[in-house]
Design a protein around this ligand. Structure first.
Ligand SMILES: [Fe+2]
Length: 212
């Protein structure tokens, strides 16, 4: 098998009215994400990845430290973007959450506003390229964290991501120029698909269904 670029779960123009224009999605999904998939497929043979799932590859590359970085850069980014497209929708975001997710956020962060602020701060303070995450940690508690470049909470062993925001400049430069905080505010208030986040909380996280 080979890794493949998953289709967007909405039309490429569907998020434009919610702050992510068609050109951003064409470049981000069609060029950036596709390049990670192509590069990862190019590593399958030389790095002995055949038969492994994407999630296995990400976890093992993370545990390998510096030696695992060439694989993690591509495999992590393939996984990260696969989640990212799923956790957005047109006219998403806002403060109306499914009951289970809302109650869990209230219990673990003290309220939705506190969660949003923590998530935004994680993204804003990630120096350079990376990701902001909402994860379920080993004790079952929701936690906000951030990672650099192509890493993610699977590769770091921190927990199971159920929401991720790409803070590489390619994610927001056309729509928000250099204003990363504005992009993150928009993500939380107009783009997040809370129903998908809630279902990932129930199901134990995204299974990409992809393997080498
Ligand atoms: Fe990206």
């Amino acid at each position: 098998m080979a890794f493949s670029l998953p289709s967007l779960p909405y039309d490429v123009s569907a998020l434009a009215a919610s702050g992510m224009c068609q050109e951003t999605l064409e470049l981000h999904h069609g060029k950036h994400h596709n390049a990670y998939v192509t590069a990862l497929n190019g590593l399958v043979e030389s790095k002995g990845l055949a038969g492994k799932t994407l999630e296995q590859i990400v976890a093992e590359a993370g545990r390998a430290g510096a030696d695992g970085l060439p694989v993690l850069n591509q495999a992590g980014q393939h996984w990260n973007h696969t989640l990212f497209w799923q956790v957005m929708k047109p006219n998403g975001g806002g403060d109306s959450l499914p009951a289970q997710l809302g109650a869990k956020i209230d219990a673990d962060f003290g309220g939705l506003a506190q969660f949003k602020e923590a998530f935004k701060q994680a993204g804003v303070t990630q120096f350079g390229s990376g990701w902001a995450w909402l994860i379920v940690d080993a004790s079952g508690k929701l936690k906000v964290t951030k990672t650099a470049n192509g890493a993610n909470p699977i590769s770091t062993g921190e927990g199971t991501p159920i929401l991720g925001a790409d803070v590489w400049e390619h994610a927001y430069y056309l729509d928000f120029r250099n204003v990363r905080p504005g992009y993150l505010d928009n993500f939380l208030n107009k783009l997040v698909n809370w129903e998908v986040v809630d279902s990932l909380l129930s199901s134990g996280g995204l299974k990409s269904g992809q393997s080498a």
